[in-house]
Design a protein around this ligand. Sequence first.
Ligand SMILES: Cc1cc2nc3c(=O)[nH]c(=O)nc-3n(C[C@H](O)[C@H](O)[C@H](O)COP(=O)(O)OP(=O)(O)OC[C@H]3O[C@@H](n4cnc5c(N)ncnc54)[C@H](O)[C@@H]3O)c2cc1C
Length: 460
Amino acid sequence: MEPTASLASASTIPYWLDTPDRPARLPALTGPRSTDLAVVGGGFVGLWTALLAKEADPGRRVILLEGGRIGWAASGRNGGFCESSLTHGPDNGKQHLPRENDRLIELGIENLDAIEEAVHRYGIDCDFERTGIINVATEQYQVDAMAPDHDPAGGRYWLDAEALRDHIRSPQYLGGLRETRTASIIDPAKLCWGLQRVIQDLGVEVYENSIVRSLDRDGSRILLTTDDGSVTADHVALGTNVFPSLLKRTRLHTVPVYDYALMTEPLSDAQMEAIGWKHREGLSDAANRFHYFRLTADNRILWGGWDAVYHYGKQVSWKYDQRPETFDTLARHFFETFPQLEGLGFTHKWGGAIDTCSRFFPFFTTAHGGRVAYSAGYTGLGVGASRFGGRVMLDLLSGEETELTQLEMVRKMPLPFPPEPFAWAGVTLTTKAMIRSDENGGKRGPLLKLLDAVGMGFDS
Ligand SMILES: Cc1cc2nc3c(=O)[nH]c(=O)nc-3n(C[C@H](O)[C@H](O)[C@H](O)COP(=O)(O)OP(=O)(O)OC[C@H]3O[C@@H](n4cnc5c(N)ncnc54)[C@H](O)[C@@H]3O)c2cc1C
């Protein structure tokens, strides 16, 4: 079958959201309300923030306002890799925050452990599997870069081509670095809906279809206004991701980058045997432009990544969620990687926007005398880090100095992107430089070296 034919009957709904298990729509906010804490955004950042606020103080009144449906955006349509890294990988953390990177690695593991613990404690059915991950090498320069990272004490194992065949079989793979502690795979939409159920049980008022149009000071409190209602709150936590920030001064700190994924039909036992994916780790390959892929509970393969597409003008729009040329490329790469799965069909194809910031990991700021906290910039690794982001925002709103509020990661903002047309030109040039680097044995050209030196870049 031609790769394009394998996509012929694929639904354009993100796989995880295409289920009758999706909870019923919640009413929109109407009329005026008053609360202690208002959370804006019903993705992972907002949901964890609301949950942690209630756990810390069950008597605190919390209202969550979501502009669409809970989990409809990035949180319900991602790859479902729930990783410990808070910094888009430890190497990126080391480059930006050399003094505290080791502590951030520990905090990240604690955070992932806490997610796993909460999933079990609240009985959230989200197919959580602490599988670990393998970063596979398809070129010799990647082998040379990753093999020295073998560190069994740290849970990192270099697998040569032969050893890797016990984990995954592809004629393209030369080896892989396996990390056992740092990652799990989940069904992200089920985690969102599970968190929704838990916070509602704890007394959080959740409103859907309630876009916050404005955020203003109201004496010593904050006034949030939606089309049909308003909330006056002592404190506000903003988890609005890639969407236009309610704090205008942060709007140049992220750009929307579109990332795409496919889902196959379930594999038969014979097909599973042919690829040998018996330990079920989440996988990715190691170039600048990379694929990420993982199994679902019913043995489908989610296959995403490669193209990271920025559209002129910073627009977030449903019209970018489908990109046939990227789906064709992904399907072709899939069958080149796993020729033994020839004939398998894709059931879903979708895309979504990622809130890329120039350092690739979340940033934090406060406004209105510390009554409002904002966090964004998670780039392509926010599933796990979102819970940490919620903790940080609550610490910031408490007005107290804590370990988290004192982190350089929290106190230091990334460099903003320039306005258009410079953002588009910069992103286009950087993308081309990354492609050249992949074609050139991973060597970083002058532009990438310059961006490395100033701590700035572009990624998905
Ligand atoms: C295709 C794709 C694959 C990805 N794969 C992975 C992965 O495998 N692992 C990983 O760690 N990360 C991945 N990511 C990134 C990850 O999904 C995000 O970092 C994470 O979900 C961000 O959570 P969030 O709550 O900040 O954002 P969102 O889920 O986008 O939630 C923000 C919410 O805020 C709401 N909102 C915005 N403005 C307003 C307003 N004014 N009023 C009311 N509501 C508002 C929006 O409607 C939205 O629901 C991927 C992302 C994409 C798109």
